[in-house]
Design a protein. Sequence first.
Length: 296
Amino acid sequence: MPPAASSVLSDLRRSLAEAALRAGPAAAGRVGLGAAEIDAALSGGLERAALHEVYAAGTAGLAAATGFALGLALRAARGEAQGEAQEGAAGSGRPILWVRQDFVDAETGRLHAPGLNELGLDPARLLLVRARDGEGVLRAGAEGARCPALGAVLIEPWGEPRAFDLTASRRLALAAEGSGVTILLLRVAAAEMPSAARTRWQVRPLASRALEANAPGGPAFGLRLLRQRGGAAEREWRVEWNRDRCAFESRTAFDRSDRLLPRRTDVPPLSRPLVPLSGDGQAAAAGPDSGLRRTG
């Protein structure tokens, strides 16, 4: 193992050990999205101790796919089941480990702490690991997946790493089953391939709905359930993220162009599919003012 990769894993293990000292027993069951019809189609929500895949619908859908995956991670980290047991506590919950390939940063920009906070994530709860290649991302993700102190693990390689195959996905799935941690594999610039994921999603951005005084609305997503092991798939929904409830809510009043119809004919819809998740290097650097905890 290269010295740099060994150092990243060593730092990650120390951070996971610290998190384990503060955590109680892992939650069980399912992770509800918050939208009743989606949770019903998923028999109550996503399986918590499992691997799930989120695909971006093209490069333009990357921000939307990232936002959706982060929303799922937030729900899992708060211990949400079908109900809203902790409604209004968007900042609470277990730590979230986010393992990101350096090339994603180079192509799309680094994670932006204020943008993450707008979605409801306290950056202090984020353990951020950057790895040089896809193999390093998968190795660090598998390390985190075995730690029951985490609320969720978000793994983000670029493209189709040679190290990721059906066997590698089974290792991640088994790690999730053993620890009870939800694993979200964010696929960027990748085609669908066989895996051990319980569900597979494709996400695209939608225009947000204008609020009172024409204020910007919440992030909106077009969801397509491509695969659900043991359940129905090829279902589609349109949702928006409610930061205060830390939940997804259904959106039904769309026209054929997938833009929400305005509530008043004189107020056009805003074109703002997602809050900014990326920023310049200075804003996202892991320093004392960034709000992000970087491991490695």
